[in-house]
Design a protein around this ligand. Structure first.
Ligand SMILES: Nc1ncnc2c1ncn2[C@@H]1O[C@H](COP(=O)(O)OP(=O)(O)OP(=O)(O)O)[C@@H](O)[C@H]1O
Length: 438
């Protein structure tokens, strides 16, 4: 904390989170010790006096210029508090998702002078660094950060959650994230796919049975509600749950108890319920194919995962993520990356992961190139780029994105070019053009 007033310094340091004050011109005017410890680049000057976006986003541009929901722009624009989740880079370059609570600070005459930002880390930075876990949710587009903010908020409550979204859009991964970030994280996460079960099997899986409950049943078996005790039960494709089981599940939710198949004793339930479906449950309710009372119980918090084509900006990062996971060291040409960024992905992130897998196998140890991608992608490319300027931006790289990428990678042209999906030569040519135009 560099502010001259010792009292203010200790007030800021007493704040439990990293905390800063920012003026109208994006300058950080005060920061507490937690902020400095997290964001000060090793051997570099203090963040105080620098632009907030340069420090935490490593970007020459304010985040709204990169399409993000900018707390600075919102609070100075409306005078109201605003909360968002952003991806921040710490002083060592590690990435982390951070929930930012921004508030206006007025002087005695009611003029809005500063905003304060309090930053609470949503996910461990090592989950987002190069050594990515399989369970990591990757993305940094505005759309992705928006849903991530809701997932983190949902994790703080114990309410039932309904996750909807197209196939492969990350519903199960989102359920795992909610569990991992909830107070139940140390207890089991128990998934059940409702599509593959008959009515009898579904009841047996969920509630277990007592010894001798049915012919051929040798011993007692705990149900998934037992196994998920104090943890999270994830019911995937809840729309496929047989009607008789829907009725039993509703009873469990209403009474907080259930009986094992063939049992008399009431078991108490303490499992958090997360359900997912890619069907339109409301439509199913209207058609009488899903119980309305159950729908309202499980959809206490309803979150929709966006399809990948609505967050194309995340595609290059997802590709790098899958390569780092499955083929560390294997590269991809800018042309192949541009082709991947322009495709529509009816199968969403799962389809992208499969395309990357297929391409890396075909490429063996060489760089992945256009030849290693299915021909349909090439046919769709021109059409998609015309329809989606973001994809075009990734492919072509406008001046602002190029400056931003260079800043982000400390001037390293190779890394900046790869991030933008350009060849180094194209990046160099564009830089010369930009300098000539300036
Ligand atoms: N944001 C993401 N970052 C990294 N990987 C992701 C992301 N979203 C999804 N995936 C990966 O894509 C695949 C499909 O994700 P997931 O199974 O969570 O989707 P789903 O919506 O539950 O699919 P379905 O409706 O078919 O059950 C998984 O391999 C998952 O790890």
């Amino acid at each position: 904390m560099t502010d001259k007033t010792p009292a203010l310094a200790s007030v800021l340091d007493a704040h439990p989170n990293a905390f800063i004050l920012i003026d109208r011109d994006y300058n950080i005017v005060a920061a507490n010790r937690k902020y400095l410890e997290r964001y000060q680049h090793r051997g570099k000057e203090s963040p105080v006096g620098r632009k907030c976006h340069e420090v935490s986003h490593r970007s020459a541009l304010p985040c709204w210029r990169n399409g993000e929901d900018c707390p600075h722009q919102q609070v100075f624009g409306t005078g109201q508090p605003h909360e968002v989740v952003h991806r921040h880079y710490d002083g060592k370059g590690g990435a982390q998702y951070v929930r930012i609570a921004a508030h206006p600070i007025f002087d005695e005459e009611g003029r809005l002078l500063y905003i304060s930002e309090s930053m609470h880390t949503c996910a461990r930075s090592e989950e987002l660094a190069g050594t990515a876990e399989a369970s990591e949710m990757v993305g940094q587009s505005r759309t992705f950060n928006h849903i991530l903010g809701h997932l983190c908020a949902a994790a703080e409550s114990d309410a039932p959650i309904l996750l909807t979204g197209e196939t492969g859009s990350g519903k199960e991964l989102a359920a795992r994230l909610i569990h991992r970030k909830s107070a139940r994280a140390a207890r089991p996460f128990v998934p059940l796919d409702c599509t593959v079960l008959t009515q009898e099997l579904c009841a047996d899986e969920l509630f277990g049975h007592e010894k001798g409950a049915f012919t051929g049943c040798a011993g007692a078996k705990p149900g998934l509600f037992d196994i998920a005790h104090r943890g999270t039960l994830f019911l995937d494709e809840i729309g496929d749950m047989p009607p008789a089981i829907q009725a039993k599940l509703l009873r469990v939710l209403e009474t907080g108890t259930y009986r094992r198949v063939g049992g008399t004793e009431l078991q108490k339930v303490d499992a958090r319920l997360i359900c997912a479906t890619n069907r339109d449950l409301r439509q199913m309710v209207a058609e009488g194919r899903f119980r309305a009372d159950l729908y309202y119980r499980i959809a206490c918090v309803h979150l929709e995962l966006p399809p990948l084509r609505h967050r194309r900006e995340d595609i290059p990062e997802l590709v790098r993520h899958f390569l780092a996971q499955r083929a560390p060291g294997q590269g991809i040409t800018p042309a192949a990356m541009a082709l991947l960024a322009a495709y529509d992905y009816p199968g969403n992130v799962r389809e992208l992961a499969n395309l990357v897998d297929r391409a890396r196998i075909l490429a063996r140890d060489a760089e992945i190139d256009v030849a290693h991608l299915p021909v349909e992608l090439k046919e769709m490319r021109e059409d998609c780029v015309r329809r989606d300027p973001v994809a075009a931006r990734i492919r072509l790289g406008d001046a602002a994105s190029i400056r931003d990428a260079l800043m982000r990678f400390d001037g390293n042209r190779r890394q900046a070019a790869s991030w933008l999906g350009l060849s180094e030569r194209t990046l160099y040519r564009r830089l010369r053009q930009i300098q000539a135009d300036a």
